[in-house]
Write a protein that binds this ligand. Structure first.
Ligand SMILES: [Fe+2]
Length: 286
């Protein structure tokens, strides 16, 4: 039984979610005084925000070594099992900045371009499902680089309330597939087929796997799924009170349960380009 199949369970979950959802940045932003020794109250606040909204924002003071500080914060919150992804550097953190390396620059995060709505690791295999990620801004862009996000569970709730057939179609187990990724005859990633909304067995939480990027993505050739995706995209491009937009300043970060997010394009200061540290984890924040 889950909120997807049991109406009473869904209603309890919905009412609880609506009663605790934040709609403003302020109450979601925590000052962390020492990244290497979080206080009980700092940890509790991050956990509560992540239970209720699936994200928390934080500020830290200037550091000598930002990577070590972020790894320390993440570890103290149970984010340990990181995705050993292609461009990961020390202990699971990727340095998201405009890349001069050609192969890396083929991946949009390493450019100054906008990125549409997605959850991270939507192409990963089940055993490498990304349940949480952290972003930390070391250097903001001169202009742009704004993040927008919405709690993916709230998106499901909103769709189910306004259009239950659409919410249902997005749970189709073959709704979205990503073909295998082959480089020089070697399979780097297997085909990934699955639902857009489903219950993640290990956490029993509603999970979303999605990207608005249409390149290399196949949606099920069924009328109800195609219509549902068009309605989902239209919904994401409106602004509800649960849509957030924020440009992270230096020393500011986000911890989240793989929230649905996007990024605007940006213009760098060429001397000091935008640098964001990102960690992706199989663990969940709760
Ligand atoms: Fe992302």
């Amino acid at each position: 039984m889950s909120i997807l199949s049991n109406l009473d369970e869904y209603k309890r979950w919905r009412d609880n979610k609506l009663a605790n959802a934040n709609t403003k940045i302020g109450p979601c932003l925590i000052e962390i005084s020492n990244p290497f020794g979080l206080t009980h109250s700092e940890k509790d606040r991050v956990r509560l925000l992540c239970q209720q909204n699936n994200f928390a924002l934080f500020n830290i003071e200037q550091q000598d070594n930002y990577s070590q500080a972020i790894i320390a914060i993440n570890k103290q919150l149970g984010l340990i099992d990181y995705d050993p992804h292609l461009y990961v550097q020390e202990q699971g953190l990727a340095h998201i900045t405009q890349s001069v390396k050609k192969d890396q620059a083929e991946f949009i995060p390493y450019t100054d371009k906008a990125i549409g709505w997605h959850t991270d690791g939507y192409y990963n295999a089940i055993e490498q499902r990304i349940r949480a990620f952290s972003l930390f801004c070391v250097t903001p862009a001169n202009h742009g680089g704004e993040n927008q996000w919405i709690d993916q569970q709230m998106v499901y709730l909103q769709l189910r309330e306004s259009n239950p057939d659409v919410a249902k179609a997005l749970t189709h187990t073959q709704a979205m597939s990503i073909p295998e990724h082959i480089v020089n005859g070697v399979v780097r990633r297997k085909t990934s087929i699955g639902a857009i909304f489903f219950i993640d067995e290990s956490s029993s939480q509603l999970y979303m796997r999605y990207t608005q990027r249409k390149k290399n993505i196949k949606f099920l050739d069924a009328q109800e799924v195609k219509r549902a995706i068009a309605i989902l995209d239209a919904h994401l491009n409106t602004t509800t009170e649960y849509h957030f937009s924020h440009t992270m300043t230096a020393n500011q970060g986000m911890l989240c349960n793989n929230i649905l997010h996007k990024r605007s394009g940006f213009i760098d200061n060429p001397i000091n380009p935008r640098l964001v540290l990102r960690g992706r984890y199989f663990n969940r924040l709760n």
